[in-house]
Design a protein around this ligand. Structure first.
Ligand code: NAD
Length: 338
C-alpha cells in the first residue's frame, strides 16, 4: 500500500472529525462521509473532502476507516440491507477495513470474519485519548489483526496517534481496550471510596495522596486523574469534572467488558459492579461529567458525620449484595455504641 493511500473515512463525529482532519493535513486522500448532514457539513467546512454517500466514499479506497458509536453500526454498514449494498460488497478486493470504533470483542471478530470472507483485510484499532487526543493527533491505538495488515495501516495510525500497540489477532485491540478500562473503572471507584473514607476519618486529601501515591495504592486514577481537587492540578476534579473521559463512555466500556466476561465465562465481580455503578451515575445526570466525578456520587450517597439515617448506600443502590459486616453496622444505626 502506498504511504499516502486513499482513505474512506466514515463517521465524522466527535472523534472521527478531528481524526480525518489530521489525515487530510498529512496528505492522505480522504473521502469522508457521515449519515448526519450536520456532521458532514462541519467536516466540509473544516476542509475534509466529503462524498455524497458511504458507497461513493468507498469507491477507489485503499482503506475503509469506520468510527461509529457501536458494533451494530459497524456490522450494519459492512453488510448493508434493504436500502442497498454494504461497504464490503462495494469495496474493491483486498481493501483494508480498519475499524476504530469501540465495540464488543465478539462483534470485532465477526466484522473481521465478514471482511475476510468478502475478500478484504481487517484491522480493529480502538482508541484512547478522547477528543483532545483526536484533535492533537496524540491518540493511543490498540490494534488487532494480521501483522502485515497492521503494518500497512501503521503510518496512517501514527498520523492520528502517538502510541500504537499491536495486541494480537482480530479483536485483540478491542480486548486490550476493555481490559484496560475494566482496571480503570474499578480503580477509580476504589480511589474515590478511599478519599471519601479519608474525609470521614479526618485525613486531608493531600495527606492521603502523599501516602498512597508513593505506596501500593499508586495507580493512574490516583496520580493522574485524581478525583479530588488539589493534589494533581491538571485533573478534571479541578475544573468541576469537565471531561476528560466522560462517565457515559466509561459506562459503555464497562458494559463491553461485562459482555466479554459473560461470553468467556470469566467469573468477574468487580467489573459488573462497576458497570452498574457507572450506568446509574450516567442515568442520573453524570453522563457528561468526567468519570472521576463518581466520587461526588459516593459522597452524596454516604451516611456522613454520624447521621445514620438508614439511607441507601451506593452499593445497595447499584443492586449490590453488601457483605454481612456492613449490614450489621447498619443494624446498629440507632445510635447505640458498637
Ligand atoms: P459520535 O457519536 O460523535 O460519532 C459517531 C458518528 O458516526 C456520528 O456522527 C454518526 O452519525 C456516524 N455514523 C453512524 N453510523 C454511520 C454510518 N453507517 N455511516 C456513516 N456515519 C455513521 O461518537 P464519538 O464520540 O466520535 O465516538 C466514536 C467511537 O469512538 C465510539 O465507538 C466511542 O466509544 C469511541 N471513543 C470515543 C471517545 C470520546 O471521547 N468521544 C474516546 C475513545 C473512544
Amino acid at each position: 500500500m502506498p504511504e499516502k493511500s486513499r482513505v474512506a473515512f466514515l463517521g465524522l463525529g466527535h472523534m472521527g472529525g478531528p481524526m480525518a482532519l489530521n489525515l487530510v493535513r498529512a496528505g492522505y486522500r480522504v473521502a469522508g462521509f457521515d449519515v448526519v448532514p450536520e456532521a458532514l457539513q462541519a467536516a466540509r467546512a473544516q476542509g475534509i473532502p466529503v462524498a455524497g454517500s458511504a458507497l461513493e466514499a468507498v469507491d477507489g479506497a485503499d482503506v475503509v476507516l469506520t468510527m461509529f458509536p457501536s458494533g451494530g453500526h459497524v456490522l450494519d454498514a459492512y453488510l448493508g440491507g434493504p436500502d442497498g449494498p454494504g461497504l464490503l460488497a462495494a469495496a474493491a478486493a483486498g481493501t483494508i477495513f480498519l475499524d476504530c470504533s469501540t465495540i464488543n470483542v465478539d462483534e470485532a471478530r465477526e466484522a473481521a470474519r465478514l471482511a475476510i470472507e468478502a475478500g478484504h483485510r481487517s484491522v480493529d484499532a480502538p482508541v484512547s485519548g478522547g477528543v483532545v487526543g483526536a484533535e492533537a493527533g496524540t491518540l493511543t491505538f490498540q490494534a488487532g489483526g494480521d501483522v502485515a495488515d497492521f503494518q500497512a495501516v501503521l503510518p496512517l495510525l501514527e498520523v492520528m496517534g502517538k502510541r500504537v500497540v499491536h495486541c494480537g489477532g482480530h479483536g485483540a485491540g478491542q480486548a486490550a481496550k476493555i481490559c484496560n478500562n475494566l482496571i480503570l473503572g474499578v480503580s477509580m471507584i476504589a480511589v474515590s471510596e478511599a478519599f471519601v473514607l479519608g474525609e470521614e476519618l479526618g485525613l486531608t486529601h493531600q495527606a492521603l495522596f502523599d501516602v498512597a501515591s508513593a505506596a501500593s495504592g499508586q495507580c493512574w486514577a490516583l496520580t493522574t486523574n485524581c478525583p479530588v481537587p488539589g493534589p494533581v492540578p491538571a485533573s478534571p476534579a479541578n475544573r468541576d469534572y469537565q471531561p476528560g473521559f466522560a462517565a457515559a463512555l466509561m459506562a459503555k466500556d464497562l458494559n463491553l467488558a461485562v459482555n466479554a466476561l459473560d461470553s468467556t465465562g470469566v467469573a468477574g465481580q468487580m467489573g459488573p459492579l462497576a458497570a452498574r455503578i457507572y450506568d446509574r451515575f450516567a442515568a442520573e445526570g453524570g453522563a457528561g461529567r468526567d468519570f472521576s466525578a463518581i466520587i461526588t456520587d459516593i459522597r452524596d450517597s454516604s451516611q456522613v458525620h454520624g447521621q445514620h439515617d438508614g439511607g441507601d448506600p451506593a452499593g445497595e443502590r447499584a443492586g449490590t449484595q453488601l457483605p454481612d459486616r456492613r449490614r450489621t453496622t447498619t443494624a446498629h444505626d440507632d445510635g447505640s455504641p458498637e
